[in-house]
Unconditional design. Structure first.
Length: 222
């Protein structure tokens, strides 16, 4: 019996022939799909454990600013959102908070001559989900910069790390996306002298909130 006749009458031969045709058609398509859909940055494409040089550029994008008068002992909270920066897919890695403040201390009486005004203390607290940045100081501007990555390795060489290890320490993920809440508290400090009365009810604070992005390259070195 010929193969053609066998295909017409033998069920087992028909099934085998169908299977051969299916695999001949399906396998090339599968391998073509797999070759074009390998995830970018997969482990197979990254360097092994060794020494790497890391170079990067930090950029700052404003997401909120304004001016608030904060009374002595009180606290004001302002909100901001990462969408205000207009970024798309950037690697957000940290936040920078800048506060400039003007002391409104007023001295009354002749005995106040020569009495120096004292800068008030600002206490700042910023929350973003589980991440928090804070600081205290009387200087103006008061700048607080904080990161949720290992920014200390940017601009350095590292050893005994794979390229994947390096990337994991420099990628901010989704941490920087969403709402930020920044609280400002003022504790006034008054210059004093016997017979000199000073009035200091609070502080005017000009604030700016920025998110920080990082673009970096990782190069294998001997």
């Amino acid at each position: 019996m010929s193969l053609i006749d066998d295909l017409k009458t033998n069920r087992d031969t028909q099934i085998m022939a169908f299977g051969i045709v299916f695999f001949l058609l399906a396998f090339p398509g599968y391998f073509a799909y797999a070759s074009t859909n390998t995830p970018t940055g997969s482990f197979s494409s990254l360097g092994p454990v060794g020494n790497y040089s890391i170079e990067g550029t930090f950029e700052y994008f404003e997401i909120g600013s304004g001016s608030e008068y904060v009374e002595d002992g009180s606290e004001i909270t302002v909100g901001s959102h990462s969408d205000a920066a207009g970024l798309d897919g950037d690697n957000i890695v940290g936040v920078r908070l800048t506060f400039e403040h003007t002391d409104d201390e007023v001295s009354n009486g002749l005995t106040c001559t020569g009495v120096q005004d004292m800068d008030d203390d600002l206490t700042i607290s910023m929350t973003k989900g589980e991440f928090m940045a804070d600081g205290t100081g009387s200087e103006s501007p008061l700048v607080i910069e904080s990161y949720w990555i290992n920014n200390s390795i940017v601009g350095t060489n590292v050893s005994n790390m794979s390229e994947e290890d390096v990337n994991s320490q420099l990628e901010g993920g989704d941490t920087g996306l969403g709402s930020y809440n920044t609280s400002m508290m003022v504790m006034v400090n008054k210059g004093s002298r016997t017979g000199c009365n000073t009035v200091d009810d609070g502080e005017t604070i000009d604030y700016k909130i920025e998110i920080v992005t990082l673009t970096y390259t990782v190069t294998k070195v001997d």
